[in-house]
Design a protein around this ligand. Structure first.
Ligand SMILES: Cc1cc2nc3c(=O)[nH]c(=O)nc-3n(C[C@H](O)[C@H](O)[C@H](O)COP(=O)(O)OP(=O)(O)OC[C@H]3O[C@@H](n4cnc5c(N)ncnc54)[C@H](O)[C@@H]3O)c2cc1C
Length: 392
């Protein structure tokens, strides 16, 4: 990893073919996909990997399947079962699989594994380097950072929900922001045993949202989120959730809050020489507010578009727009309708779960494992969710 010192601005400019801003899953996936071709790929990251990232650390099977990597070194637990618990009325559904439905990781180690792999494939990592400004230039873009100037033929903006690249290129603010609170909770070892292998999702405990328990090796990730921006006192709902779970005073607890953007950013294809990916593009799945799948997928699609379009502004944008529409934006349209039902229509949700709860839980499990997709599920004529098919 290249060493740079924060705030030491130098006059010389680092020349790159592709500058990737952000070393999260989206940036790392893009760097991995571009590596090994003799291109000058730079990943500019304001933190120093391995850095903390607020996240439940649930890597769905459909996300893990996208990565050409062995994740075993960073696996905390593999959950072969998922439980959906509904409150008011009290309903409980469970599905089990031979292969993990979701793999639990700590994001510092997971992201580090990905970025390490990208570095091994030839990407140059610039840690401790904050992008401050972006300006288009003839056949490229200039990045002003805390460690000097960079010039690249293309920029992949993978700098997360609070994207500086989006702001500096005049993109509209994100919509569909989901605030979330995640707590790393350590219990006595005997109390941990009950939570070992199952990812649990509770509906009806947070207004327009859900709460979760994800088991890690020596602790639990317990969290709450709401699709209503600013509408819920998340710390209070978190406290009530602990009571509901019967968890008394944890031995140790560390809390972090952040946002998850669950609606594609308007104008995402409009910035010259820049492709937005992952949270910077607002691509998280609105059903579970899950963003690792979209981050990895969009990072890979952006990388492939640059290669397919051979660095031509028009051709690269055309490839990226077409691929993102084909592989993800259609999924999000259907997912938004299901999310609307789950979060905005509590009575309808209760009726649906009372009648079809086990089937719906199985369907969501099939989607998050990649056994089917939202779009495929609603186009099956017999499917009771077919009324979501209308596009919009
Ligand atoms: C509480 C919570 C729980 C979540 N749980 C899950 C979960 O269990 N499973 C799941 O799939 N998703 C979850 N998510 C969502 C998931 O964390 C994100 O969708 C995912 O991290 C997006 O990846 P990304 O690479 O686009 O962005 P990020 O992971 O946010 O990475 C962005 C990177 O850019 C860097 N950066 C930012 N600004 C600059 C700058 N100016 N210059 C240089 N570098 C910069 C950051 O340091 C960071 O490393 C959760 C989110 C929250 C808030």
């Amino acid at each position: 990893m290249k060493n740079s010192t924060e705030n030491s601005v130098s006059d010389s400019s680092t020349e790159l073919d592709v500058a990737i801003v952000g070393a999260g899953p989206a940036g790392a996936a893009a760097a991995l996909a571009l590596g090994g071709r003799g291109l000058r790929i730079g990943v500019i990251e304001k933190g120093v990997p391995p850095r903390h990232k607020t996240c439940g650390g649930g890597v769905l099977r459909r996300a893990a399947a996208l990565l050409p990597l062995d994740l075993s070194a960073v696996v905390e637990r593999e959950c072969h079962a998922a439980e959906l618990v509904h409150h008011g009325p009290h309903l409980r559904f469970r599905c089990d699989r031979d292969r993990p439905i979701v793999t639990m990781v700590m994001r510092d180690r997971f992201d580090h594994l990905l970025i390490d792999a990208a570095e091994k494939k030839g990407a140059q990592i610039f840690p401790n380097t904050t992008v401050l400004d972006v300006s288009p230039e003839e056949d490229g873009a200039r990045l002003t950072t805390s460690a000097g100037q960079f010039r690249a033929r293309f920029v992949i903006a993978a700098d997360g929900a609070n994207s500086v690249v989006a702001r500096k290129t005049g993109r509209p603010e994100l919509r569909g922001i989901v605030p979330a609170l995640e707590c790393e909770v350590t219990l006595a070892p005997e109390a941990m045993a009950a939570w070992r292998d199952t990812a649990r999702f509770d509906f009806g405990v947070v207004p327009a949202g859900y709460a979760w328990v994800f088991p890690k090796r020596n602790h639990l990730s317990i969290g709450v989120l709401t699709t209503r921006r600013g509408a819920a006192n998340l710390p209070e709902y978190y406290r009530r959730y602990l009571d509901l779970l019967g968890i008394g005073e944890p031995l140790r607890e560390e809390r972090h809050g952040y946002i998850i953007p669950c609606r594609p950013r308007a104008g995402v294809f409009g910035a010259r020489r820049v492709l937005f990916v992952g949270d910077a593009a607002g691509l998280a799945d609105p059903v579970l507010a899950e963003g690792i799948t979209a981050g990895i997928l969009s990072g890979q699609l952006a990388a492939r578009a640059i290669l397919a379009g051979d660095f031509s502004e028009t051709a690269v944008k055309r490839h990226y727009r077409a691929a993102l529409r084909r592989e993800w934006l259609g999924e999000l349209r259907v997912a938004r309708r299901l999310a609307w039902l789950l979060y905005d229509c509590p009575r309808l949700r209760a009726r649906l779960l009372t009648r079809h709860g086990q089937r719906l839980t199985e369907l969501i499990a099939r989607i998050v494992t990649g056994e089917t997709s939202y779009a495929a599920a609603v186009t099956r004529p017999a499917n009771y969710l077919k009324f979501f098919r209308r596009t919009g």
